[in-house]
Design a protein around this ligand. Structure first.
Ligand code: HEC
Length: 212
């Protein structure tokens, strides 16, 4: 108390801030698992490292050839968290509320489903997938995800015929310059001037040229 009394008002305010912050932190601790489950972006750094170093190599080696990009066996893709959460043609494969019941785990354990089909993963690899699921399948958003080519129509962009006719989008043509001028480029310019009823002035003298 004596100590508190001797503190200035400013340090008291700081102290109460620190206490409040600690309380908030302690209270929210129990929800951190929920946060991990729901957050797609902003995956905690240690989970990102765990995914990149331990999970991703397994997925790349054993799963992506059938479940990534255009390879969607069972209509199931594993190369983005949102795809993983959408599940397969028969529905969700990850159960965040009861991770143990996840079909993904049954599949890698060869318990009802058998993935990868040609040979079970090593026990250590299965353990990594189990840990990954129990953490809420943290997946650095947009880190991998095989990007498909997107046509303008697919993202709602409309390209009009006028826009398509813009000169730089048209195929190169072999134009024959109009006759008349000594240089073919001048011939095109003369043609445009004539079409606008403009007469070209004569060539500039060296004196005029140097003053320009
Ligand atoms: C050689 C191709 C192939 C590989 C490699 C492969 N799968 Fe599959 N997977 C399939 C096929 C085909 C299906 C569709 C269901 C079936 O026919 O068994 C499927 C379905 C699944 C399903 C959905 C099961 C369901 O019915 O809902 C999960 C989950 C799954 N795979 C996980 C994995 C995981 C995890 C890996 C890597 C460890 C993996 N698969 C590797 C071919 C493959």
């Amino acid at each position: 108390m004596l100590l508190l009394c001797s503190l200035s008002q400013k340090s008291l305010r700081l102290l109460s801030c620190a206490v409040a912050f600690t309380l908030v932190f302690v209270c929210s601790g129990s929800e951190s698992a929920e946060v991990i489950k729901s957050v797609e972006a902003g995956v905690a750094a240690e989970h990102e490292a765990f995914f990149n170093n331990s999970v991703l190599p397994i997925l790349e080696t054993h799963c992506f050839k059938c479940h990534a990009g255009e390879h969607q066996k069972g209509e199931f893709r594993l190369d983005q968290r949102s795809r993983l959460m959408t599940g397969s043609e028969s529905g969700a494969v990850v159960n965040l509320d009861s991770p143990e019941e996840s079909i993904l785990l049954q599949a890698v354990r060869y318990d009802g489903y058998e993935m990868p089909p040609r040979g079970k993963l090593a026990d250590s690899e299965i353990a990594i997938i189990e840990q990954w699921v129990s953490l809420g399948v943290p997946y650095p958003a947009d880190r991998i995800g095989i990007v498909e080519e997107q046509k303008p129509e697919a993202i709602g962009a409309k390209v009009s015929d006028d826009e398509r006719a813009f000169w730089s989008f048209r195929p190169i043509q072999d134009n024959v310059p109009p006759v008349g001028a000594s240089h073919p480029v001048d011939a095109f310019i003369d043609q445009q001037l004539a079409s606008k009823s403009v007469t070209a002035v004569g060539p500039a003298s060296p004196r005029e040229l140097i003053r320009r």
